[in-house]
Design a protein around this ligand. Structure first.
Ligand SMILES: NC(=O)c1ccc[n+]([C@@H]2O[C@H](COP(=O)([O-])OP(=O)(O)OC[C@H]3O[C@@H](n4cnc5c(N)ncnc54)[C@H](OP(=O)(O)O)[C@@H]3O)[C@@H](O)[C@H]2O)c1
Length: 283
């Protein structure tokens, strides 16, 4: 259970500081200015979540998804995962505690059984390829999941989207169009229960077969430098390329919080917001 502990903003200020993107709200935590996104430091979770919370991680065997599964287990949640390949071959202890489902979000209906008794969904499904493929996997597959979760009456849906990368958006058109289409569907189907995370590059330990790739070797120093260059991020065309990378553990922490913390506000959380939320002590 959570409670509000501190609010610097009056309600009228609040309505001004939530910028509008479509029907959604854009949440960054770096500014106090009226016309910039909201600064939120108000939510503190004071008790562990009730045992009845069950999180379904779509793509729980992937890079980000596996860190989210681990974070959820560490918090005492019941965790399930759905992906085309199901249970990964890794021997790590945590993997035995996840209930693994095999299914393709782009095919048939049987995967919908994985949604039974689930209280919140976190989707890490996405990928690269041809524009048509990227639209399908980042858009259609996730839209199918959003619709099915809404039909089941699930209350919260967290989506790992991606930040804009300026010119790169044009090169990866299917990827970004798919991401934004899913976001739009979420705003419609989960107006009060959506949390959209928009990280740039995510670093951490990524498994490729039996190997572990330490992406933090590049990501961590880059994050150190670029986190202080937020103003450069506003420069047209090249600015978005300077979006700081973010630690996969920070993404996992905020995703879980978005899924289970009742005072976590719905909206879009940019990379600066992800970093700030992940550093809050109470969670
Ligand atoms: N990594 C980054 O730097 C980064 C940066 C920004 C945003 N993101 C976003 O974060 C999300 C996770 O990224 P990641 O790096 O963890 O990707 P990943 O390792 O490739 O994981 C993708 C997951 O989706 C599952 N999946 C793919 N197609 C599916 C389908 N049709 N039905 C069910 N499951 C399916 C995959 O499992 P199967 O193959 O077994 O189905 C896998 O578990 C993606 O949406 C990505 O766009 C990543």
């Amino acid at each position: 259970m959570s409670r509000l502990i501190h609010s610097r903003l009056s309600l009228s200020r609040l309505s001004n500081t939530w910028g509008s993107i479509g029907r959604g709200r854009y949440l960054s935590t770096e500014s106090n200015k009226i016309d910039e996104p909201l600064k939120v430091e108000d939510a503190e979770t004071i008790n562990p979540p009730p045992a009845a919370e069950k999180v379904l991680v779509l793509g729980g065997n992937g890079f980000v998804g596996s860190h989210i599964c681990k974070e959820a287990l560490d918090r005492g949640l019941s965790v399930a995962s759905l992906s085309r390949s199901g249970k990964p071959s890794i021997k790590d202890q945590w993997a035995n505690k996840v209930s693994w489902h095999q299914g393709d979000l782009l095919s048939g209906d049987s995967w919908k059984e994985a949604l039974n008794e689930v209280t919140s969904v976190i989707s890490c499904v996405g990928g690269f390829g041809s524009n048509t493929f990227m639209y399908k996997i980042n858009g259609t597959a996730n839209i199918n999941a959003v619709r099915a979760a809404a039909e089941k009456g699930i209350k919260r849906f967290v989506y790992i989207s991606a930040s804009d990368f300026g010119v790169i958006n044009y090169l990866l058109q299917g990827y970004y169009e798919g991401k934004r289409a899913t976001e739009t569907e979420l705003l419609t189907k989960f107006p009060y229960g959506h949390v959209i995370l928009r990280p740039g590059f995510i670093y951490g330990t990524r498994r490729v077969g039996n190997m572990k790739l330490p992406l933090g070797v590049i990501g961590s120093p880059l994050e150190m430098v670029l986190q202080y260059a937020k103003s450069l991020n506003q420069i047209p065309v090249i600015g978005p390329l300077l979006t700081p990378p973010v630690d996969v553990k920070a993404v996992a922490k905020v995703a879980i919080r978005g899924a289970i913390d009742p005072v976590f506000p719905p909206g879009i959380v940019d990379v600066y917001g992800i970093k700030r939320y992940s550093q809050q002590k109470a969670f």
